[in-house]
Design a binder for this molecule. Structure first.
Ligand code: ADP
Ligand code: MG
Length: 244
């Protein structure tokens, strides 16, 4: 049985007269890992931001667990507990210790008791390999460690779907691997994820499906094998030739 978790139906998004997402549709199934690749400015971030309601599409609809998220009836905070997002720039609270970064949302939004929130935070920090950093401040962490804390923080809400927008693009090359390893582990655990990435090796390894976007369109999609070994569209071919 293949359960559709989210169904994006012909969404468009414009900023003023600039149409940056053009009639984009996709379904994501429970447990599926989708990687989105494509040149800068192609609308990848805008697409993810629409899925997380950081932007509102100007046309189309998004169905999550059989409900429209654009009909004004859902609670955005509640929705974002189900659909978490990890950004290129971490956005940790620098004046809070690592563990408090992670327990903050579960305690305030879910009214979780301190002890339970901290116990779960420690389990998540252990999962991302940073338990020993629980009492330090983010400023003492490397970029890779910060991003792993950001992932643990997103996981603390127990999301159904996790969105990653170029999670390793801000990192020094030697720190990319430790973050990708954590995301790969989540994939193996069955987490449903959409990952915008320039790491083609990662996309090839981890994605069930790869989507190539350019100019606000989904130009081509397929299995990693189809996209990387036998791309059909000339623009996909040109993009891959430039970066591989
Ligand atoms: P990508 O993530 O693929 O690099 P983006 O989604 O960030 O692409 O951007 C797509 C287009 O939308 C770009 O032309 C960008 O300048 C424009 N854009 C993105 N965000 C905004 C915004 N908040 N206001 C106006 N234009 C924007
Ligand atoms: Mg982007």
């Amino acid at each position: 049985m293949e359960e559709i978790m989210m169904s994006v139906k012909s969404i468009s998004k414009s900023y003023g007269s600039n149409l940056v997402l053009k009639d984009v549709s996709m379904d994501i199934k429970k447990g599926e890992v989708v990687c989105i690749i494509g040149p800068s400015g192609s609308g990848k971030s805008t697409f993810l931001r629409c899925l997380n309601l950081l932007e509102i599409p100007t046309a189309g609809d998004i169905i999550f667990q059989d409900q429209s998220i654009l009909n004004g009836k859902i609670r955005v905070n509640k929705y974002r507990q189900n659909v978490g997002m990890v950004f290129q720039g971490y956005y940790l609270f620098n004046l809070k210790k690592v563990i408090d970064n992670i327990t903050m949302a579960p305690r305030s939004l879910n009214k979780k008791k301190k002890e339970l929130a901290e116990k779960e935070a420690c389990e998540l920090l252990d999962k991302v390999g940073l338990l020993e950093k629980k009492d330090v401040y983010p400023s003492s962490l490397s970029g890779g460690q910060k991003q792993r804390v950001a992932i643990a923080r997103a996981l603390a809400m127990n999301p159904e779907l996790l969105l990653f927008d170029e999670p390793t693009s801000a990192l020094d090359p030697e720190l990319v691997g430790e973050v990708l390893k954590v995301i790969k582990k989540l994939a193996n655990d069955g987490m449903t994820m959409i990952v915008v990435t320039h790491e083609m090796g990662f996309a090839r390894d981890v994605a069930d499906r790869v989507i190539f976007m350019e100019g606000g369109y989904i130009v081509e999609q397929g299995t990693p094998k189809e996209i990387f070994e036998n791309p059909q569209n000339l623009r996909t071919q040109e993009f891959l030739a430039r970066i591989l």
